[in-house]
Design a protein around this ligand. Structure first.
Ligand code: NOJ
Length: 533
C-alpha cells in the first residue's frame, strides 16, 4: 500500500440499511448494537467504511428518511452513547463511518413542521416552503413529485400549500431562510464533532428551488414527473455556494468525506457537483439501471467516465436499497456465475466501489403480497412499481431462525433461501460468491493500479465481453469479463500479448490464460484479472 492511501478514494464502502442488518435488542428492527456485533465480520470481508442509512428518530413514514430529530438516535436503534461506541470500535478496526443526512426535508411530525403548519405567524412557518393558491384555488405551479402527484399539499390551518419533493409526509425545508441554513449546518458540525467520517447527502441537489416558483417547461415522457424538464425545482445555482460552505466546514476536520445522492441524476448533472470545493463524489444511477449486457454496461461506464473531469472521482454502484438487487435483476435462479462477473466489474473499475449489505452473498429480493408491503411507494403504485421492501430484507447471517438477524420476527420477512444462502455457509466455501468478493477486495487493496490506475478500454464495440486496463507507471492490470455462457476470445495487440502476465484472480479454478497468438481465451461467465508489474 502506498503512503498516500485515501480511504474514500482507494477503499471500499459498504452500505448497510441500518434497520435490516442485525437486531440486538429483540424488537425486530436492526440497531447500532447489532452493527457493532458484526464489525469483525465486516473487517473480515475487508471493507474500509460503512455508510449507515438514517438511525435518527423518525415517524416511519419513509423508514428513517422522515427525520423527527437530527441530533439523536431513534430509541429503538440505540443511543448517542451506542453511536460513540460503535464509531470507536469501527475506528479501532480501521473502518470509517459515513452518516446519511436527510436535509432536503423533515418528517411532517418534526416539531419544526408541527409549529410551522400551526399558523402563518409561527416563527417556524418560514422554515418550510409555502405558497398561496392561484386564483380559483389552483396549485401554485406545475411541479410534479418524483413519487407521483403535485409537489403541493394543502394545509387548511394556514390556508396555504406546502412543498414536498418526495412523499406528502416529507415537507421540504426552506434553505433560503438564514436560520434554517444555520441550523442545518449545525447538524453537520454536531456529527463531525462526534467523529463521523463523512456524510451521504440525501437529495442534495433539490435543496434549492426557484425563488419565483416558475413553472417547469414541458418534456416528453411516460410518467407525469417526466412530462416536464426539471429546470426550476432542482439544480439551482444557489446549491454551489452552499456546497462550498459545507465543504469548507467538512475540510476543517481531518480526512472527512462528502458524497451526494443526486436527485433525478444524469452523469453530467452528478459530475457538476464534484470537485475540490464541492462534493468529493456523487452518485449517478446509470450502472444500476443496466440489464445483463456488455454493450449496455460499456455505454454507461463510458458516459460516466466522460462526464467527470480527469481529477474527479467516480462512484461505482451496482446495488441500492431503492432498486431491485443485482442478483434479482441479473438472474432468476440461485446460480451466482453472473454475480461473480458483476463483482469483478464493481471492484476493478476506476472509482470507489459501494456494496449494498448482502450483495456479497448474492441476496435476492423478497416477494411480498400487497398486504405485506411496508414501503409507501410500493403500496401506492402496486402493481406498476416494485416495492423497495424487496431489496431491504434482513441480512442473512446463518441458517438459524430469522437467519441470525435477531431473536424475534424481523420487521420484514427473511428471504426463504437463507437456509442455504447465508454468510456463515459462504464463509466456509472457498468457491462462494462471498469469498470471491473478499478476494477481490483484498486484491484491490494490494494493487495500486486497481485503486488509482488510469482506465483504458480494450473492447470498443463489445458484443459479450468487456475488457479494460488499469494502469500506473509501475503496474498494469488487465480485466476481462465474459458476459455470456459460451467461451469467447479477447484479441490482444502484440504489445499486450507479450507482457509478463500473472493471474491475480479468476472465477474459474483453472484459468485459461495461455495467450495463443495474441488471443486470450475466456470460459463462459469467466472474470479474469491479470497483472503485469
Ligand atoms: C433517497 C433515499 O435513498 C430513499 O430511500 C428515500 O426514500 C428518499 N431519498 C427520500 O428521502
Amino acid at each position: 500500500m502506498t503512503t498516500d492511501w485515501t480511504w474514500w478514494r482507494d477503499g471500499v464502502i459498504y452500505n448497510l440499511y441500518s434497520r435490516s442488518f442485525a437486531d440486538a435488542n429483540a424488537d425486530g428492527l436492526g440497531d447500532l448494537q447489532g452493527i457493532l456485533h458484526h464489525l469483525d465480520d465486516l473487517q473480515y470481508l475487508g471493507v474500509d467504511a460503512l455508510w449507515l442509512t438514517p438511525f435518527y428518530p423518525t415517524a416511519d413514514g419513509d423508514y428513517g428518511y422522515d427525520v423527527t430529530d437530527y441530533y439523536s438516535v431513534d430509541p429503538r436503534m440505540g443511543t448517542l452513547e451506542d453511536f460513540d461506541h460503535l464509531l470507536a470500535e469501527a475506528h479501532r478496526r480501521g473502518i470509517r463511518i459515513i452518516l446519511d443526512l436527510v436535509l432536503n426535508h423533515t418528517s411532517d411530525q418534526h416539531p419544526w413542521f408541527v409549529e410551522a403548519r400551526s399558523s402563518r405567524q409561527s416563527p417556524r412557518h418560514d422554515w418550510y416552503i409555502w405558497a398561496d393558491p392561484k386564483p380559483g384555488g389552483k396549485r401554485p405551479n406545475n411541479w410534479q413529485s418524483i413519487v407521483g402527484g403535485s409537489v403541493w399539499e394543502w394545509e387548511p390551518q394556514v390556508g396555504q400549500y406546502y412543498l414536498r419533493t418526495f412523499l406528502p409526509c416529507q415537507p421540504d425545508l426552506n434553505w433560503r431562510n438564514p436560520e434554517v441554513r444555520r441550523e442545518l449546518i449545525n447538524v453537520f458540525r454536531f456529527w463531525l464533532d462526534r467523529g463521523a467520517d463523512g456524510f451521504r447527502l440525501d437529495l442534495f441537489n433539490a435543496y434549492f428551488k426557484d425563488d419565483q416558483l416558475l413553472d417547469n417547461p414541458p418534456a416528453f415522457g411516460i410518467r407525469p414527473f417526466e412530462w416536464q424538464q426539471h429546470v426550476y425545482d432542482c439544480n439551482r445555482p444557489e446549491m454551489i455556494p452552499l456546497l462550498q460552505e459545507i465543504r469548507t466546514l467538512v475540510d476543517s476536520y481531518p480526512d472527512r468525506y462528502l458524497v451526494g445522492e443526486t436527485f433525478n441524476p444524469t452523469p453530467e448533472i452528478a459530475a457538476r457537483y464534484v470537485g475540490p470545493d464541492r462534493l468529493h463524489a456523487a452518485f449517478e444511477l446509470n450502472l444500476i439501471m443496466q440489464p445483463w449486457s456488455a454493450p449496455r454496461f460499456w455505454d454507461a461506464i463510458q458516459r460516466w467516465e466522460s462526464a467527470l473531469g480527469a481529477d474527479d472521482w467516480p462512484t461505482v454502484v451496482l446495488n441500492s436499497f431503492d432498486q431491485p438487487r443485482s442478483a434479482t435483476r441479473f438472474t432468476r435462479t440461485e446460480d451466482d456465475a453472473r454475480l461473480k462477473v458483476a463483482a469483478a466489474l464493481l471492484l476493478t473499475l476506476r472509482g470507489t466501489p459501494y456494496l449494498l449489505y448482502g450483495e456479497e452473498i448474492g441476496m435476492r429480493n423478497i416477494s411480498l403480497r400487497r398486504s405485506e408491503m411496508l414501503d409507501p411507494i410500493g403500496r401506492k403504485w402496486y402493481p406498476f412499481y416494485h416495492t423497495r421492501d424487496g431489496e431491504r430484507s434482513p441480512m442473512q447471517w446463518d441458517d438459524s431462525p430469522n437467519a441470525g438477524f435477531g431473536s424475534v420476527a424481523p420487521w420484514l420477512p427473511v428471504h426463504p433461501n437463507y437456509l442455504q444462502r447465508n454468510v456463515a455457509a459462504q464463509r466456509q466455501d472457498p468457491n462462494s460468491l462471498y469469498q470471491f468478493y473478499r478476494a477481490l477486495i483484498q486484491l484491490r487493496r494490494e494493487t495500486p493500479a486497481l485503486q488509482r490506475g488510469m482506465f483504458q478500454w480494450l473492447t470498443f464495440q463489445p458484443g459479450q465481453l468487456l475488457a479494460y486496463l488499469r494502469q500506473t507507471p509501475e503496474q498494469t492490470v488487465l480485466v476481462a469479463l465474459n458476459f455470456r455462457r459460451r467461451k469467447v476470445r479477447l484479441a490482444m495487440g502484440s504489445d499486450l500479448a507479450h507482457r509478463n502476465w500473472r493471474v491475480a484472480l479468476s472465477t474459474h479454478p483453472r484459468p485459461e490464460t495461455e495467450i495463443l497468438q495474441n488471443w486470450l481465451p475466456l470460459a463462459g461467465n469467466q472474470a479474469l484479472i491479470l497483472v503485469a508489474d
